[in-house]
Design a protein around this ligand. Structure first.
Ligand code: AMP
Ligand code: MG
Length: 336
């Protein structure tokens, strides 16, 4: 068991001594959880294959699920890839730093353990001062999958990282809650046409405004290009049951059905009407605002797990904008 240290760091003006200490831990091959604008990441020096291996071990992540490499400066792209296609340059210029990951052909310097043996590498520049300063202080890109046990909801608070990885990593940098609360959008720009492999914090509509219509990896053959999308994901311990938007009747019926079976039922809704009896049980009624909903989703799933809920009834959202990424996570969580 490692002793996992937690250091509070300012998200606005990250303290230099804390950043330098964290960079030193990475430099020595250690693991540091750090905030990004999407979710907390689990960092290791990308050019230290032994350290990267430890990321897989700590998370219990299957070795065939490649990692995203985080950079802080455009110059760092040169070590990772020999060629960024024009469309990749346009997207990076428009959306970096931000919640967009670009998959490009990898250079020979990228350790195989990162790419799971693929010929491509996934790269992004996070929009978070602590993350950027950490990468700059190490003077090397860092890998940064979500800092949770594989399969569990991604961490949006340092506490979530601690709950999952205490004793398995060296350090957690706590800069408060993450802004977006969902992972980055992953786009493959290594082939024509560019393809969205995973919906996430950057919405499809904004990408299409810039580069025109893009394709998505809906069929299984395409999904294989992004191995991570095939694995079990985003799941709380409880069973997740999706309810149609605004379907109060179905909500009440299912609530009764599971309660009658002796289950402890929780809920997450925004527009469904919740009777006062149900309201007094275990649930969250959130503002009808997709940004709030997505920011809080993983946290709510974790909170309900702590109450040892058996079934969580979750109200669906419209599959547009951030709703697309949310429904992707929720559908996967409900398929366990
Ligand atoms: P995570 O870091 O857990 O948010 O997941 C990273 C996502 O990026 C997973 O869905 C991976 O499959 C995907 N990914 C990482 N590297 C590649 C790559 N070289 N090609 C395709 N998808 C990738
Ligand atoms: Mg993850």
């Amino acid at each position: 068991m490692l002793e996992t240290k937690i250091l509070i760091v300012s998200p606005v003006n990250p303290e230099r001594n804390i950043i330098n200490f964290a960079a030193e831990v990475l430099h020595l091959g250690g693991l540091v959880a750090f905030p990004t604008e999407t979710v907390y990441g689990l960092g290791a020096d990308a050019f230290n294959p032994d350290a990267v291996k430890k990321v897989f071990e700590a998370k219990g992540r299957p070795a065939d699920n490649p990692l995203i490499v985080h950079i802080a400066e455009y110059d760092q792209l040169e070590e990772l890839t020999d060629h960024i296609p024009q469309v990749g340059k346009i997207l990076a210029e428009a959306f970096w730093p931000g919640p967009l990951t670009l998959v490009v052909k990898s250079s020979k310097f990228v350790p195989d353990v990162i790419t799971a043996g693929l010929e491509t590498v996934a790269i992004r520049m996070p929009d978070n001062k602590v993350a950027l300063e950490l990468i700059k202080a190490l003077n090397s890109p860092i890998v940064g999958p979500s800092a949770n046990i594989s399969g569990r909801p991604s961490p949006t608070l340092a506490q979530h990282v601690y709950d999952d990885l205490n004793g398995k990593i060296n350090l957690i940098l706590d800069a408060g809650p993450t802004h977006i609360g969902l992972e980055s959008t992953v786009m493959d720009v290594s082939t024509q046409p560019p393809l969205i492999l995973r919906f996430g914090g950057l919405v499809r509509e904004r990408i299409e405004q810039l580069i025109g219509e893009v394709q998505t990896s809906n069929d299984e053959k395409m999904l294989r290009r992004s191995p991570g999308t095939m694995h079990r994901h985003y799941s709380p311990e409880a069973k997740v049951v999706l309810i149609e938007r605004g379907d109060t009747l179905a909500f009440e019926q299912l609530y009764k059905k599971y309660s009658d079976e002796g289950k402890k039922v929780g809920f997450i809704v925004y527009s469904i009407t919740v009777s006062s009896i149900i309201k007094s049980s275990y649930g969250k009624i959130i503002p009808n605002d997709i940004e709030n909903y997505s920011r809080l989703l993983f946290q709510m799933l974790r909170d309900l797990d702590k109450l040892e809920i058996d079934v969580i009834l979750v109200e669906s959202v419209e599959e547009k904008g951030l709703g697309k990424a949310m429904m992707d996570r929720l559908t996967k969580a409900s398929h366990q």
